[in-house]
Design a protein around this ligand. Sequence first.
Ligand code: SF4
Length: 284
Amino acid sequence: KEFRNNVKPNWCPGCGDFSIQAAIQRAAANVGLEPDGLAVISGIGCSGRISGYINAYGLHGIHGRSLPIAQGVKLANRDLTVIASGGDGDGFAIGMGHTIHAIRRNVNITYIVMDNQIYGLTKGQTSPRSGEGFKTKSTPEGSIESTLAPLEIALSAGATFVAQSFSSDLKQLTSLIEQGIQHEGFSFINVFSPCVTFNKVNTYDWFKENIINLDTIPDYDPTNRLGAMTKLMETGSMITGLIYQNKERKCYEDLIHGFRQEPLASQPLALSESEFDNLVAEFR
Ligand code: SF4
């Protein structure tokens, strides 16, 4: 309850992003966080508004740049739980370079992508996640590009936590976000989040018909990276649940010599007040 604020989301009624907001709030409460122990960093897009809708530290950054900011926040204050969030356009188009390097760096943050397979805020253009043949005002004859497969890319880049969920499955999504927060490293959670206004193909009903929940595959082993990649390729990446987790690899912070000492954010300034003012003045 304490992660709710008084800001009324201006997402369209029925947008999948509402459930993701609720899942983050529930997961944060369930793992025992306090609002001043959480920072939510977002990019640009309908999804980018989420940082303003959660009672925690928040920063609505620039397009595709939620991850550099989130990593900076975490490295300055490792005592904060940091969640970065954005849409598929934000994270897999303009922000893709950051996404890959954040994954392989393995800073201990959670990245939640609200994947609606279209650009919603700019009123419905084809995104990297749109299917082949997908018709929008930017591809009136249908997209001729292949669809990006972010989970396979994440596995290839050395991800230590890869999950996928559906905004309609609040129970699974909340559980995965909890696991992501508790994972000691970069956790990547892709969430199918229907855009009810502009995407008339990948609807709630379409996802319900096409998703395969890993809970229905009893022998699935999320510690097997090759098995995870195979299952993604076999299913066209339509699986939901915990797809892969590697608890052995240390996170970035643990590999920096001396980093486990006092967080930068709580260390005293090495400069006097006037020296600090002069330094700041140089950047004005
Ligand atoms: Fe959600 Fe689409 Fe509306 Fe944006 S345009 S708020 S993604 S339904």
